[in-house]
Design a protein around this ligand. Structure first.
Ligand code: E4P
Length: 217
């Protein structure tokens, strides 16, 4: 399973990358706005931290405009992945850009049928949003399961990039279902390492070791 960081926080991305936990990065217009920085500068800097795909989202709403923006964004770095909304115009742009060899991430997916369309249009990634479905009392994980089944039924190569991940249980459940990628905020990825018994056990080991008066080096 690939781990993408859902963030434009360069320090947080670099810290996780140093540990070996970053296979790529996703951004969206809200994340870029929150960074307070120039869109293209931030994407260029993220692309230097990781060799993996870095999703940069178009903001045009017509296919022609999305294609032009996508081609422009691709000039920033070879690992830019053009992120497109799941609309008929976005699918049209996905089809054109994918045929040109541009990596594409179709975002704002909330139904299995939407995911089917993205795969048919050659998307590299489909981004189903788990948390936002849970927010309205629907089942985000059921969506991931349904897409997994449909893609496996027909051998679609589009990767399921589980997005809008809010907690560590979402990550575990996505791994059990077989999502290809998860994208999560840095804090969620950090929390994956935590367990109260790990902390308690380490504290006891350190205390007992100190009592021996020995050193390893
Ligand atoms: C994914 O690509 C999106 O940027 C992100 O996961 C959305 O998450 P949110 O619903 O927590 O805003």
């Amino acid at each position: 399973m690939k781990f993408f960081v859902d963030s434009a926080d360069l320090n947080a991305i670099a810290a996780l990358n140093d540990i070996g936990l970053v296979d790529g990065v996703t951004t969206n217009p809200s994340i870029i706005a929150k960074s307070g920085r120039d869109f293209k500068d931030v994407i260029a800097e993220i692309c230097k931290i990781t060799e993996g795909h870095v999703s940069a989202e178009v903001v045009a709403t017509d296919a022609e405009g999305m294609i032009a923006e996508g081609r422009h964004l691709r000039k920033i770095a070879d690992n830019v992945c053009v992120k497109l909304p799941l609309t008929m115009e976005g699918l049209k742009a996905c089809n054109t850009l994918s045929r040109e060899g541009t990596p594409t991430n179709v975002t704002l997916c909330f139904s299995p049928n939407q995911a089917l369309l993205a795969a048919k249009c050659g998307a590299t990634y489909i981004s189903p949003f788990i948390g936002r479905l849970d927010d309205i009392t629907l089942d985000g994980l059921e969506l991931i399961e349904d897409i997994r089944t449909i893609y496996d039924n027909y051998g679609f190569e589009t990767e399921i990039l589980a997005a809008s991940i809010r907690n560590v249980n979402h990550v575990k459940d996505c791994a059990l279902i077989g999502a290809d990628v998860i994208t999560a905020p840095p804090a969620v990825i950090e929390n994956l390492s935590k367990h109260v018994l790990t902390d308690k056990g380490l504290e006891a080991f350190m205390k007992d070791w100190a009592a021996t008066g020995q050193s390893i080096l």
